[in-house]
Design a protein around this ligand. Sequence first.
Ligand code: ADP
Length: 386
Amino acid sequence: MSESSVKILLIEDNLAEARLLQEFLKQASSKQFNLLHVKRLGEGLKELNNDIYDVILLDLTLPDSQGLSSLVPLIAQSPSIPIVVLTNTNDEELAIEAVRQGAQDYLVKRHVNTDVLVRALRYAIERKQSLEGLRKVNENLENRVQEYTAELVKAEEINKFKAEFVSMLSHDIRNPLNAILLATGLLQNNDNKLTQEKKTSHLQLIRSAIKNMAHLLDEASLIGKADSGKLQCQLDPLNLELFCRQFVKEIQLNINEKNLTFIFNSIGKFDEELWDEGLLRHILGNLLNNAIKYSLPGGKVLFEVIDRDDSVIFLIQDWGIGIPKEDQMHLFEPFHRANNVDKIPGTGLGLAIAKKCAEAHGGKISVSSEVGVGTTFTVILPKIKS
Ligand code: ADP
């Protein structure tokens, strides 16, 4: 409060009393009070919208509002402006209630004089200021507590996720490790009893178990990389249509093994554009291999790449086992496998990787599926201009 410019809004319908208050303020030793007088609550509220006041002097009997009901809209509109209520001798109780409900002070009209008025105004302003200060400190504290709590919850979730991740990973590594232990044990202990054919078969089993483990570790480390923000998009000029055709050739062996009809369509005109081939391989590799893996022998897989002005859409559709509704929302979480996979092998990491790679390329991935009918994955990647 600067000494020379205390702005007071007086809401008082009685002209004589308003004039008296103005007189008292004029008599104050320094001319530090600047008072605006209105006669109705409505006018007061309007005035508070137009200008900034240091304090409100409020009569509790107004033509458009009676008693404490005047306080509510004033506090709601200007919560930081102190209010001093003016009462008659016989309604002191009402005045005390007004203070309880948020007014800073009250003045009994008959007892008002310059000193009392000036003291009440200053006291109200200062009290309100310290209350406001406290309120702000409190609000800040509350915000900080909320922020820390949110951080703690997040950290707890990350820790829980990490613990689950490690436990799933060690579980999935144990299987191939056991197979290796078993096969090497057989080779070691029965060396002279085993036929060459059996030995080769055990060695093949060991190789394939090691390959599985290496694959699992590669996938896990890719997810780790994505989670720590290290999965970056490295763009190089690439003709998407040619790339997709070549990619289909690379997975031809898997297609043939299941005797599937595989259809590849490219829709639109494809020029060389900037893409991250590594990310594309992870996305399409996982989705296409899943479409093949979860198809029934003799089934059909459709792979379409559609060129749009600013984006490219990949559609991977199969008519395989489908995904139960309750699993669909968790599919992209690491290690989640639907309950209808039966004995079809898998780690549950492929879709998590595909999603993270699509996101690293600024895109998104979605699924629509019905059990026994089939599944379609759609990936939309924005074209990135150099
Ligand atoms: P997985 O190694 O188990 O295939 P993914 O992360 O690639 O792991 O997929 C997660 C789960 O999503 C799978 O276990 C399977 O239940 C379901 N899934 C993914 N693609 C298909 C599909 N094309 N058809 C049916 N189910 C699918």
